[in-house]
Each structure stands twice: as C-alpha cells, then as structure tokens.
Design a protein around this ligand. Structure first.
Ligand code: SF4
Ligand code: SF4
Length: 76
C-alpha cells in the first residue's frame, strides 16, 4: 500500500450508472465495471493498488464515489 494514501473510494451502487468515467481516469487501473444484479457498477478490484488520488470521486458525474479515510493501522 502506498504510504501516502489517506483514503479509499467507496462506490455507492445505487447511484452508479456504469458510465465508466471513473475507470477511464484511474491511472493505476484499479477500477473496473462489474455486472451485479443485472446492472453495471464500478468496483475497486485492487484496493492495494489504489493511490487514493480521488480522481475517480471528482470525475463521477453522479456523485457515486466518496473518499473515506482509512482506519489508522495499529502500530506494532
Ligand atoms: S463515474 Fe460514477 S457513475 Fe460512472 S461508473 Fe464510475 S462510479 Fe459509476
Ligand atoms: S482514488 Fe485514484 S487510484 Fe484510487 S481508484 Fe480512484 S482514481 Fe483510482
């Protein structure tokens, strides 16, 4: 996981129309469209590869993506 990452995108399947814009802007290509319950929705298929850049959230025309802060890992 990139150490600078602060948040992960959370996709609301009820708002997502499957337009694919977020998939196109994601530089590390960790988003993909998946068919779920007969509709296409965007999915973060590789959480570890996400840099937390938030481009997907900014791009989504339907406000389906919110960036959520990750829980701080417990120090050992
Ligand atoms: S840009 Fe938004 S509506 Fe379009 S596929 Fe991505 S999450 Fe879904
Ligand atoms: S935050 Fe950036 S790297 Fe992560 S899924 Fe969205 S566009 Fe891709």
């Amino acid at each position: 996981m990139p150490p600078e990452r602060k948040a992960l995108p959370v996709i609301d399947p009820a708002r997502c129309t499957g337009c694919g814009w977020c998939v196109g802007v994601c530089a590390p290509h960790v988003l993909s469209l998946e068919v779920k319950a007969w509709r296409k929705t965007s999915t973060l298929h590789d959480e570890a590869g996400c840099t937390g850049c938030a481009k997907c959230a900014v791009t989504c025309p339907f406000g389906a993506i919110t960036m959520q802060r990750e829980a701080t890992p417990t120090p050992r």
